[in-house]
Ligand binder design. Structure first.
Ligand SMILES: NC(=O)c1ccc[n+]([C@@H]2O[C@H](COP(=O)([O-])OP(=O)(O)OC[C@H]3O[C@@H](n4cnc5c(N)ncnc54)[C@H](O)[C@@H]3O)[C@@H](O)[C@H]2O)c1
Length: 279
């Protein structure tokens, strides 16, 4: 069991959050789960605190007594700039600022492949390369990483940005052969992101050990992350599922997000944050 007494997971009702809730159960003395959606009954070793990330006072209340944070909450897709700013940018600021005020030691942040979505698929991207965000959503993740850098350098709050590519139970198309992050690898990666010793500021790829991956493994050794899964095992099943190889969306890493017509959830729902889903 970790020496950290209380771990907070934001966005805990979501897809990644539910997998971490399950996979990290019993790994920390207390796991506090927060979301603005229903989280059901608290299991043994869990605390549930409902909070809206756009409300600083609610985030501050959720942060009381916390040692480390896995910050997953937000809109997980493109939306209007205003919604992205309100939930992903202001929300992440609230989390980091409340963490600083509460004396939290480390924050692991769910960043995204969409920070670098415009890179061609022929290029292997490392965390040191210039960002090439493909959407306002991608920009919000770049903002989160920059905010993390500032909180580390200015206040000594350690920060690990995990650029999740495609979190799925299993690969569904050819792109996922490069981008897949399996649930058990996500659990290992986020656990190590908050517990590995000697980490100050780090950005890493959030993918399984896929043979065809487009991101480098820089920083995995710092965390001690050793992926257990490789999407290649599903190649025969999904390799034929792809779009026109000549289209921009098939040539760039961000996929459909690089299409200038792609608006994600904008105009689709009243409160997109409740049903945020990537294609
Ligand atoms: N799933 C992926 O493949 C993937 C890829 C890259 C990055 N990410 C990032 O990982 C994180 C988790 O992704 P996911 O797939 O679980 O998404 P999800 O939409 O399933 O979960 C996000 C959670 O955040 C909560 N949330 C949204 N707005 C909120 C608010 N104002 N206050 C409180 N909670 C709020 C939602 O209710 C939801 O439970 C997100 O930050 C996403 O951008 C995911």
């Amino acid at each position: 069991m970790s020496a950290l007494q209380r771990l907070l997971i934001t966005g805990a009702a979501g897809e990644v959050g539910s997998a971490l809730r399950e996979g990290l159960r019993g790994r920390f003395p207390v796991i506090r789960l927060t979301d603005h959606r229903d989280l059901g009954e608290a299991q043994e070793g869990e605390e549930i605190v409902r909070a809206d990330l756009t409300e600083m006072a609610e985030v501050r209340a959720a942060m009381e007594g916390v040692d480390a944070v896995i910050h997953l909450g937000g809109i997980a897709n493109e939306h209007t700039y205003e919604q992205i700013r309100r939930v992903n940018m202001d929300g992440t600021y609230h989390v980091l600022e409340a963490a600083r005020q509460a004396g939290v030691r480390r924050v692991a942040f769910a960043s995204s492949i969409h920070t670098v979505g415009f890179y061609p698929r022929s290029e292997k991207v490392s965390p040191d390369m210039p960002v090439r965000p493909d959407t306002s959503y991608g920009v919000s993740k770049v903002f989160g990483e920059a905010l993390g850098r500032m909180y580390w350098e200015r206040y000594g709050l350690a920060f690990v940005g995990v650029r999740i590519c495609s979190f799925q139970p299993r690969p569904k198309d050819a792109r996922h052969l490069s981008t897949w992050l399996s649930p058990r690898d996500a659990v290992q990666l986020f656990e190590k992101a908050v517990t590995a010793p000697g980490v100050g500021f780090l950005i890493v790829a959030g993918i399984s050990g896929n043979t065809r991956r487009w991101m480098t493994e820089d920083g995995w050794e710092v965390l001690g992350y050793v992926p257990q899964d490789n999407a290649e095992a599903y190649a025969a099943e999904v390799e034929h599922i792809h779009g026109d190889p000549q289209s921009l969306t098939e040539q760039r890493q961000g996929g459909i997000f690089v299409d200038p017509e792609y608006t994600g959830l904008a105009g689709k729902e009243q409160d997109s944050a409740l049903v945020a889903r990537r294609p």
